[in-house]
Design a protein. Structure first.
Length: 467
């Protein structure tokens, strides 16, 4: 190698180390990201104003191939994130120290961008693993990639790419075919169940067991859904399921002051029946039968009921959890509406971000006297804004749902005592939601709806209709 060739060789190495190469059109600099120092996790970064975050949500597109009846993103303009916006977001928050979750819209519409980004980050880390380890609060110094998808666009190639790049997957699947197709049709009006199940099969073929997310609007059918997902779970096709009404913060229902949440249709009877089902399956598991399905909502709430800790917050939106929209706008919440706190080009809007700095339920007047206070976490602040215009506004219809789930969790906590039965309770599966995942919240009450749906004195359930 002559002198000119040697110079070109080392110039190319320096450019690659600086992230100046092609990298599939997504530039990831192999240098410490603009982020809070590891020893300054409370105040965030003095140089860029970024709070210390642990989860970054990227919405690569607002487009979707489905027309779900409860979708909160249905009215958004169809925008697509550019590679430059992705690069700015990752440089601002640092992919080495956060969980990066791709949402949407349907994110796999932008699979090319997602794959190039994850590959570019991996390449940057391989070039300088010392920087990656130093920038991350994790022992391995590696990013955690996640995608939430309706599953209908998953090909064998996409499934293999998700596996190769280390993605965990949350699959939106509402249950058996009749329930799923009623709520999640294609834009043509045809059902999407078969395509979603084909996507699941391809994930399984690539060695991925996704966690499932089921949403309902006006037909809970909880036991029917649980039976369906339990079948998939016993076949080792999924890691578990979260079944939640669309009225909750992680749900998808469009909520405004003009179109509030739907009523709690059949809520008490349905959740009581689901709790009975869960106890029955837990006892079978304890007797050596099939493993107990990881049902997120019950697992989370039973753990909270049993814990001596007071849960003052349900969601880290705007603090440990940040979303970047397709146009580069920074939002406190993945639902976006009413939560704008900056832009990747200009950084944070200090005044807007200040509203999200305190996520404790102590400031919610409707939480103080609620029976769920200390377990619920205070609810979804984006829901409060959408329904009332205030970040701490009261949302009684939302809280009624959450309160009923917690009632059942209290009964479950007693019916699932210590010993072998407790040991059989499922641990959180890989890719499953953590217990601090944002959901929705508690409510004030005048006491009229505090009657429980079970008789604690003899361990037998009373009919919910008698309450």
């Amino acid at each position: 190698m002559n002198r000119d060739e040697l110079r070109s060789h080392y110039r190319a190495r320096i450019q690659r180390a600086r992230g100046e190469g092609d990298n599939g059109n997504v530039e990831i600099a192999a240098s410490r990201p603009l982020a809070a120092p590891r020893n300054d996790t409370r105040r965030g970064c003095a140089s860029c104003g970024s709070p210390w975050i642990t989860k970054l949500v990227l919405n690569p597109t607002s487009a979707c191939n489905l027309a779900c009846v409860y979708c909160f993103a249905a009215e958004r303009a169809a925008l697509t994130m550019t590679p430059e916006t992705v690069s700015k977001a990752l440089k601002l928050f640092g992919p080495n120290r956060v969980d990066v979750s791709w949402f949407g819209g349907e994110p796999l519409i932008a699979w090319g961008l997602i794959e190039r980004t994850a590959s570019a980050v991996a390449d940057a880390q391989r070039r300088d693993c010392r920087v990656a380890a130093d920038a991350a609060p994790r022992n391995d110094g590696k990013p955690k990639w996640h995608v939430t998808t309706n599953g209908t666009l998953i090909t064998a190639e996409i499934a293999a790419g998700l596996k190769r790049l280390g993605f965990s997957v949350l699959l939106s699947l509402d249950g058996p075919e009749r329930l799923h197709n009623a709520a999640r049709p294609m834009r043509s009006g045809a059902g999407s169940f078969d395509a979603a199940m084909e996507g699941l099969e391809r994930l399984n073929g690539a060695g991925i067991r996704p966690y499932c997310r089921a949403t309902y609007l006006d037909e809970p059918a909880l036991v029917e859904r649980l039976e369906f997902f339990d079948g998939l779970f016993q076949e080792r096709r999924i890691g578990g399921v979260s079944i939640e009404p669309a009225v909750l913060g992680e749900g998808c229902h469009v909520v405004t002051r003009a179109t509030p949440h739907p009523p709690l249709s059949g809520g008490r009877e349905e959740w009581a029946a689901a709790a009975e089902w869960y106890v029955d399956r837990a006892r079978r598991a304890a007797a050596g039968g099939p493993k107990l399905l990881d049902f997120f909502f019950f697992r989370k709430m039973v753990e909270r009921v049993r814990s001596s800790r007071k849960y003052n917050s349900e969601c880290g939106a705007g603090k440990g959890y940040i979303t970047v929209g397709a146009d580069g706008t920074i939002y406190a919440c993945h639902r976006e509406e009413g939560t704008r706190i900056g832009h990747v080009d200009t950084g944070y809007d200090a005044a807007a971000h200040r509203l999200w700095a305190d996520n404790r339920s102590d400031g919610n007047a409707d939480c103080a006297l609620c029976e769920a206070n200390g377990i619920c976490g205070g609810g979804c602040r984006q829901n409060r804004i959408a329904l009332t215009g205030e970040i701490r506004g009261a949302t009684p219809s939302v809280c009624a749902v959450k309160r009923e789930v917690i009632r059942q969790a209290r009964w479950l906590a007693k019916e699932l005592p210590g010993g072998e039965l407790t040991a059989r309770l499922p641990r959180r599966a890989s890719g499953a939601p953590r217990n601090d995942r944002h959901s929705d919240g508690s409510d004030q009450s005048d006491g009229s709806d505090r009657a429980d749906t079970s008789d604690r004195s003899n361990g037998k359930r009373r009919s919910a209709s008698a309450v």
